[in-house]
Each structure stands twice: as structure tokens, then as C-alpha cells.
Design a protein around this ligand. Sequence first.
Ligand code: PGA
Length: 252
Amino acid sequence: MRRKLIAGNWKMNCLKEDGLALASAVFQKCSEYKTLPFDVLICPPLSLLGQIASLPHPMTAIGSQDVSLAPKDFGAFTGDVSAEMIKDLGASYAIVGHSERRTMRHETDAVVLEKAKNAQQKGLTAVICIGETEQERESGLALSVVSKQIKGSVPTDSTGDNCVIAYEPVWAIGTGKVPSVADVAEVHAAIRHELANLLGSEKAETIRILYGGSVKPSNAKELLSVPNVDGALIGGASLKIADFWGIAETQF
Ligand code: PGA
């Protein structure tokens, strides 16, 4: 049984004061419950990760938004932060291959694969992002694009313990547009199928597949009840506690 994962990707947002207040609000919400029927993850910018992870964070996992591609934990890689260092800060997850990095930083599947491997080798769960552009969807290529991204960027020793997939149609990110329930169901089923081809069906069944792209309290219940949708990766709405928790609350 896959537990749902409610994950916030803060992107390049928040200075110290706002970031610590937002994280504390998430921790406070979680601490109001003895147990939660889902997992919670927040991915603050790296500038705040260590400070946030050093606060008591009941029932909340902390993740980074990226990880170094470098083949070593330490060395002459100016500006990079290794998976080892991210783990040392107190993170247990690392997002890799977000479409903003695939587009703006020209990260290929091969780069995303190496980053995912670096994360997994250090005991971090890699949240591997995939998704088609608007043009690819309009050309009927959505399924073939995500299949190719799975083959190219998911390490072959992935399991539900070290890997999460986030399906984020690029055209739905930050736009307020969301695919139809039927389209989400179709792509998530195709991703599960592709994971089974790559890893075997037993392992594929353990891997959570998140939906991301304009998730809000008003659409979360519907999106998260689609078969094979095992949670949400939330950008804009993760920056306000009322919205982030409003999404989480649809899962009680
Ligand atoms: P959004 O972003 O929720 O603001 O659309 C999602 C993401 O990019 O992870």
C-alpha cells in the first residue's frame, strides 16, 4: 500500500524570516496530530535547508531541490553541493530533474540519472521529475516523452524506498491549467507500466508517482483520487500554509 506524499517545492523563494515561519507553520500543523494518514515533505531553498532541518520537525521530511552532478562527495566543484552534504544537513529527499532545470539549465535525462544515482547512493530518496511540454502534448507525444524520460533518468536499482516520480506537465506548472482527470490517469498508468518494464512489476508497484502542476486546495481531492496518483508536488501553493495544508487536509 503506497502512502500518499504531500510535497512542497518552495523553489527560489523565502528569506530567513519567511522561510523559518513557513516551515514552523508546517511543523505546527503536523504536530496537531498523533499520526497522519500521509507523508509530508518540504523542499526549501538550500540557503535555509540546514536551519530548517535543525528545528524539531515532527512527521515532516526535508528535501533539497537539486543535488550535485559531481562524481565525488568533496572536491574541486565550485558552487556545487553534494548529496553527502545535503544528507549531512538533515535532508532525506532530493528533487532532481525539475522541468525548470531541464529547460533553463539544459539538464538532459543522462544528467538527471547521474543526480538521482548520487542522491540514492547517499541514502536520499530521489524525487525524479518528468513531464511533457504543451507542444509535445498537442502533438500527441505526451506518453512517449514521459516513457523516454523514465528510461533515461530513473536508476535501475530504484525502489519505493529511494525513488519517487513526479509527473509534472510543463504547461501546468504555475499556470493554473491542469490536465483532465482522464489525461492524468492515462499518463500515470503509462508511467507505472514503464517503471514495470524497467524495474519489474513488484518494485514498480512500490514507487510513488506524484502529480504536480497547479495543485490547489480546490482541485487536490479530485487529482489525488485518480488511480496511480500517490501524492502531489506543490509549487506556488506550498508557500502559503493555508493552501499547503488545505491540500493536505483533503487527504484525511
Ligand atoms: P506549481 O509548481 O504548483 O506552482 O504549478 C509545481 C512545481 O513546479 O513543482
